[in-house]
Design a protein around this ligand. Sequence first.
Ligand SMILES: Nc1ncnc2c1ncn2[C@@H]1O[C@H](COP(=O)(O)OP(=O)(O)OP(=O)(O)O)[C@@H](O)[C@H]1O
Ligand SMILES: [Mg+2]
Length: 381
Amino acid sequence: MLHHINIRNFRNLEHFETDFNQGITALIGKNGSGKSSLIEAIYFLSVGRSFRATHDRDTINKKIIGTGDFTSIKANVSINQNLNEIQMILDLNNSNRLKKNCSYNGATLPLSKLIGNLKSVCFSVNDMNIIYGSPSIRRKYINILNLQLDNQYVSELLVYSKIVESRNSLLKQIKNNFSSKVELEYWNNKMVESGTYLIISRYKTINQLSALAKTIYPKLFNNYHNGDIRYLCNLDPLNEFIMQNDKDQIYNNFHSKLKQSELRDISLGKTTIGPHRDDLIINIDNNTAENFASRGQARLLVLGMKLAECELIKKLNYIEPIILLDDAFSELDLDNQEYLYKFIFDYNQCLITGLDFRVLENLNFSYNSLNLDQRELNING
Ligand SMILES: Nc1ncnc2c1ncn2[C@@H]1O[C@H](COP(=O)(O)OP(=O)(O)OP(=O)(O)O)[C@@H](O)[C@H]1O
Ligand SMILES: [Mg+2]
């Protein structure tokens, strides 16, 4: 649970500090007052990136750029009853690359170890990109979910990305006759080792997510439609090998496919096989959601995934994530708004923007409100 936050120079929040209570907190304030930015800052601390910025550096307050000043997000959170302080300092350092310096109770920690400590699930209008965007957006989705479930995942992902980068530069060298093809074997082996870990972890997560989403979709779609989420493994699209959960089989399959693709990879100068090309299949009534779902249905499909995420994080970590809803209620019909309120009401903590108070008051739910124009926490209801 999040108890307190102190933000400096994040978007328009130059000096912002507040306590948080348990339960639902409605963020209110004029357009542009910083409601979404507050949600974004909390999410940043949780997973190490923004949910809406094209580049993370866009979140740095414009006024401090070039001044030597930095951005900081610091929070007191309780994790398993212990109160901890986590902090992220974002420093542009007069370059274009944003440095993220992290600490946990005052001790420096690599970013890969800090993220995932504060568990969160965020749902915003941008999440429609999970349906309509490129596979890389869906991979990001899987990665962010997985890093909150598997604390080895980020390190493996970093290792794997570096291996792909090295293999790609070797492929270019071979193409230009600066290196020989036999050198590929070293990187093939490394890639298969690390990639197999990612595949197994992703398959496990998506399978569990999908099972939970299947219990949520009938409620969101009033039993009229089916939603289905599946992991599309680049190496094993029909999940023939992964399903058996046999590590050696996945490893061997990956290795032989990588070997088969060597000539093509050399001519293209990039690695065309592996989990860096994975995707998710999101279907409604057995049709691809991207082409078949209505806007509202697409929103419900993603909402179902997010609610399943909450359940999965709770189930596997025994910790409830903080639910962050940025304008999540727009485009939802009244029944679904009510379902969403009831769902979040069972959770320990939830921050919401764009709330329709009439629906909440009709349900007689108590909530806190935090006014970003006045920056004070009122307890209502
Ligand atoms: N890097 C930045 N530096 C300073 N201000 C920024 C930066 N990026 C965005 N802003 C401004 O911060 C303000 C807060 O934006 P935010 O999206 O948080 O508002 P909001 O309260 O969610 O508004 P809405 O009700 O319209 O959704 C806006 O005026 C926006 O233009
Ligand atoms: Mg907003």
